[in-house]
Design a protein around this ligand. Structure first.
Ligand code: PLP
Length: 440
């Protein structure tokens, strides 16, 4: 970690570094190639697949925010995943969590099954014996996603790193759901941090991109070599937009999180919600770990609709402030049905094992006025209630839907407790990072 605080690093990303004209806002280097200084005298830059000044500014800023030695910027989050997997050979084992992003799951399962790129072991890090499962796998790389997509399950990063170290295993954390403002995996012992910059880092839903931040400089150089070799590096235009996005990362994350907290409180009182998934809830099984390792609970919220699947369309169609769309982390509120959208690449059994039920809904809470978001949800639930009444049906109740998914035990224990967190965000647990203490 550098000595500068997150707010300063992000607000000043790329600022006042233009060697040519002293432009305060960095220029965008839309060039594929660079003139040599002379015959056999290459300059610092020669070809934009290998290096580009705009991309480098973004990589350096992300590297500083995450506290790594090298920051590599890729053209999608998935290409950052592909890049990270270059640390593996066919004899190596990759451990992944059972409930990661559907696209990552598809990549891991297909590369291992169809290409024999590595051996794959899927571990449920929510089970008491996860450490034994990891040790038995003898992994070269342990992949974590915490909070996980879409159920926001929490994995104890420090505990996994403690198990990994004696095994000589690397630990990678996909930090997409929180951004470096709310969680710093390298400070908790991780070796690599991955982002889909498509999400909170860019924050405006107008690019796709990814990043890999590496703690060890030598491994960083090796992966930079692979990034060029594979051709997964990001273009200048997307890098420029993402650089602009991260300058407002802190205030955006603050607004996302404050709105999410209000929505969670509302969902906890709504009879047509069977279960709310949010690490800020005291009833969330990962609440204490989240408090210890995160600097806030984030802007993602999931819940099970307490009505038959056929009422999902009524709910989605009634909404006006939440757009039914893939992705997350933009300033606008989005809603999605993971089972048929983001996690459709998991088969029904894998979804069930991961706890993704048929009426699970995921919200990416935006930065609109929370009163409008709450009113929008309320009228969409009213529309479902009206449709139920017209059919002579009733909602399935707080526990029935949740009990039908794999996480039955947790669901049964999760009687609604209205307990969020905005207030807690201001409390001691979030003062671990001095920059954020001032901020939250
Ligand atoms: C947690 C997580 N990791 C990685 C990705 C892949 O990123 P991209 O869509 O930018 O390729 C996503 C995409 O939704 C994601 O949610």
């Amino acid at each position: 970690m550098s000595n500068r605080h997150s707010a300063t690093i992000s607000a000043r990303a790329g600022i006042a570094q233009d060697p040519a004209f002293g432009a305060v806002t960095p220029p965008m280097y839309l060039t594929s190639t660079y003139e040599l200084e002379g015959f056999r005298k290459p300059g610092k830059y020669d070809y934009s697949r290998s290096n580009n000044p705009t991309r480098d500014l973004l990589g350096d800023a992300l590297c500083e925010l995450e506290g790594g030695a090298k920051g590599l910027v890729t053209n999608t989050g998935m290409s950052a995943c592909v890049l990270a997997l270059q640390v593996l050979t066919p004899d190596d084992t990759l451990v992944i969590p059972h409930d990661c992003y559907g696209g990552s799951y598809r990549l891991f399962t297909n590369l291992s099954a169809k290409k024999r790129a590595f051996k794959l072991v899927i571990v449920n890090f929510q089970q008491a014996d996860w450490a034994e499962q990891v040790k038995a796998a003898k992994p070269k790389l342990i992949w974590l996603e915490t909070p996980s997509n879409p159920l926001l399950q929490i994995t104890d990063i420090r505990a996994v790193c403690d198990v990994a170290k004696p095994l000589n295993a690397l630990v990678l954390v996909d930090n997409t759901f929180l951004s470096p403002v709310l969680q710093n995996p390298i400070a908790l012992g991780a070796d690599l941090v991955l982002h889909s910059t498509t999400k909170y880092l860019n924050g405006h839903s107008d690019i796709v991109g990814g990043a890999l931040i590496i703690k060890d400089a030598a491994l960083g150089d090796e992966l930079k070599w692979w990034a060029n070799c594979l051709g997964v590096t990001a273009g200048a235009f997307d890098s420029h937009l993402t650089l602009r996005g991260i300058r407002t990362l802190l205030p955006r994350m603050k607004a996302h999180q404050e709105n999410a907290a209000q929505i969670v409180d509302y969902l906890e009182t709504q009879p047509l919600v069977a279960k709310t998934y949010y690490p800020g809830l005291k009833s969330h099984p990962g609440h204490e770990i989240a408090k210890a390792q995160q600097h806030g609970f984030g802007g993602m919220v999931s819940f099970d609709l307490a009505a038959d699947e056929k009422y999902l369309s009524v709910f989605f169609e009634a909404l006006q402030c939440f757009t039914l769309a893939q992705s997350l982390g933009g300033i606008e509120s989005l809603i999605c049905h993971p089972g048929s959208m983001t996690h459709a690449s998991m088969n029904a059994e894998a979804q069930k094992t991961a706890g993704i039920g048929p009426t699970l809904i995921r919200l990416s809470v935006g930065i609109e006025d929370p009163r409008d978001l709450l009113a929008d949800l309320a009228q969409a639930f009213a529309a479902v209630q009206q449709a139920l009444s017209a059919d002579g049906a009733t909602g399935t109740g707080k526990t029935a839907v949740a009990a039908s998914v794999a996480s039955t035990a947790q669901a049964a224990a999760a009687a609604p407790q209205s307990t969020t967190i905005v207030s807690e965000n201001n409390q001691a647990s979030f003062r671990a990072n001095p920059a954020l203490a001032a901020f939250w």
